[in-house]
Design a protein around this ligand. Structure first.
Ligand code: SF4
Ligand code: SF4
Length: 276
């Protein structure tokens, strides 16, 4: 089956490319059995960068559900039998997007293109039907300026890759953290995710806000202690269940808020300085 970019757009996939099974198979991280092809699509979420302690990607609706709904609808419109994936994917999504002509890999390890910079989610439809390849036509955007490596507040990004244990995006959602990770978190004042290696990137300057209402309306930029105080995990999930920062429950967020509050008190002089 041969798809065209316009057909994909009409099915709601504004930025997408197609890989045949032979090209996509080497990018699998686990076996999913036989398949005919993969449609890879980008869903931009940039809606400004107002200050806050939540990462930009987590301020709108939970992208897992949004992408799954949009991908399922697209498969229906295209008449395809397909399995949608978003984030929890059997593929290396960044390499998959690159192979589908949706951008290039930046020094920050993210897929980047000229239209959306790096502020987008990647989703896939894995089809039963055989698909002919189709390049998404989105130009790579990384110039290799190295700013992301220099601006990373923890040194997690070095030439040659990401050291996950130092990355605030990982630390803020980890169930248990080491004293060193705790100190990194306290310096950042972030409670969920980190955008430093993206906000400093020239490819992300002057981006158009996303046209997707799920990621541009009813944004929540910050959470404070007052909003979580006294909430059970169940009550927290009821209150914030549609948000991406909710999937680990209340504990990591409550811990992060507490650590950041302690640090603010130390800076204020109300608590003894911690050892560096
Ligand atoms: S998300 Fe933050 S901590 Fe992680 S690599 Fe990027 S700048 Fe560094
Ligand atoms: S900051 Fe520079 S090196 Fe890093 S991803 Fe952006 S363009 Fe590439």
């Amino acid at each position: 089956m041969k798809l065209h970019l316009e057909t994909l757009r009409q099915a709601g996939l504004e930025a997408a490319g197609v890989l045949d099974a032979r090209t996509a198979a080497p990018l699998l991280r686990r076996d999913i059995g036989p398949f005919g092809g993969v449609i890879v699509a980008l869903f931009p979420y940039y809606a400004g960068s107002a200050p806050g302690n939540l990462s930009l990607y987590a301020r709108g609706q939970d992208y897992h559900g949004v992408l799954r709904r949009r991908l399922e609808r697209a498969a229906q419109l295209l008449g395809l039998e397909a399995q949608p994936y978003a984030d929890v994917s059997p593929f290396d999504e960044v390499r998959l997007g690159q192979a589908a002509g949706l951008g290039g890999v930046g020094q920050n390890g993210l897929l980047m293109n000229r239209a959306f910079g790096s502020f987008f989610f990647i989703g896939e439809l894995v089809t039963k039907q055989e698909l002919a390849p189709l390049q998404g036509g989105m130009e790579p955007a990384c110039t290799g300026c190295g700013r992301c490596l220099r601006e990373c507040p923890t040194g997690a990004l070095r030439q040659g890759g990401l050291q996950l244990s130092l990355c605030l995006s990982h630390i803020t959602q980890a169930r248990r953290i080491t004293p060193h990770q705790q100190a990194l978190l306290q310096r950042s004042a972030l409670i969920w995710g980190c955008d430093a290696c993206q906000l400093c990137c020239p490819a992300n300057l002057g981006l158009e806000p996303t046209a997707l209402p799920e990621f541009s309306q009813e944004l929540l930029c910050s959470l404070g202690e007052g909003e979580l105080r006294g909430l059970s995990d169940r009550a927290f999930r009821r209150a914030y269940g549609g948000r991406a920062f909710c999937f680990r429950g209340i504990r990591p967020l409550a811990r992060n808020l507490e650590l950041c509050a302690q640090e603010a008190l130390r800076k204020d002089g109300s608590l003894p300085q911690r050892e560096q």
